[in-house]
Design a protein around this ligand. Sequence first.
Ligand code: HSE
Length: 439
Amino acid sequence: MSLTHPAHAGRTQLDRDTVRIALLGCGTVGSGVANLLIGSASAIAARSGVAFTLEAIAVLSLGKPRTDRIPRSLLTADARSVVLDPAVDVVIECIGGTGVAADLVETALLRGKHVVTANKDLLATRGPELRALAHARGVTITYEAAVGGAIPIVRTLTASLAGEEILEVGGVLNGTTNFILSAMFEGESYASALAKAQRLGFAESDPTNDVEGVDAAHKLAILAQLAFGRGLVTSEIPRVGITRLTPDDVTLAKRLGYRLKLVACARRDASLVTPAFVHTDHPFAQPAGPQNCIRITGRNSGSLTFAGAGAGGAPTASAVISDVVAVLRHIGVGRHVGILPVDDSLTPVTTAHEPSIPLPRIVRLHSLRDARPAREALLAAGFQARALDGVPAIRTERVDGEAPVRIEAILAAHAIVAQSIIPLWEDVDPHAYQEGSHV
Ligand code: HSE
């Protein structure tokens, strides 16, 4: 049994123009989407100008207790039948991951159904391929919710900044790690902050992806695919998570006038996810708790900063619904929505020939035994000799016989902690690129 939008509830037979929507997954995000589709059906139909019905909600467990708003009659445990159903026009995928969800999304596209998804893992690993498939089938795959929760960043990149040459994109992209680091800044332990993030629904089902920087790398891959028109995937992004950070590192950041953040950034030929010391005045230092901050720097636009709720059921569901409205409009008017298919052959909007701007480097110092090689390693890694001059003595400490040495140092604004350099975040300067040809 389907749920018909109230404006059409009196009809005995569905109008052939009525769009039929099915939802896959009813967890933290999926249940938020279901509640909005049902509770805000009139507004969604009015804004899109298209009548729709919610045909089915595929769930893992039919017996799980659920909110009253979701009629039991819509639930099914057979997701595959839903995507094979010729009556379904639009599939909203809120299962997540690259397993069963990938198969269902691919099948839906192959069957000529529009797909709306919040699945960053899938887009980050198979985005170019799925967009090409959607394009070939004459349908759309939209994923505003895959990056930055409620922050409208995907459509900003693909539509609002379609004429811009992007120099850099990224920022604080993972709510869970930002929640943990914010709590540690206030003196809370890593373990208790992580447990709280899981309870509040920010963390992934396996939080390893959050704390090891995989989730941030997924989101960065998606942003880079859109910003630079190339098929960057997660496995190509150098990545360090937050699991090795200690309360001492947070204290050190405080003492230096910095915040410790997990920063994910991409420039044209470089990408990076790393804990970094970010000056308290910098936009990346501002997000608290599960908030995200995403900055796009364009040759002509300069820097544009977007901040807001990056994780959680309601903000993410809001972004999913924005895609639903876009797809309904697209179907309704029979033309492309704002999110155009992007493929690997898309030429970036650029006439520039400058080399890409280097990102801060991640340097591992596993084998260092004293201060002199530490300094040499830093120089070899591209740190400026000037920055290393006149700094307090570098202190090294052997942890045990064969174990790596722990090195602590304050090198101007750079610090080395727990076998890794935590870089000081350095910005790209768009003004340095104002000369020469423009778009
Ligand atoms: N686990 C993710 C985060 C959820 O913490 O940002 C939103 O993508």
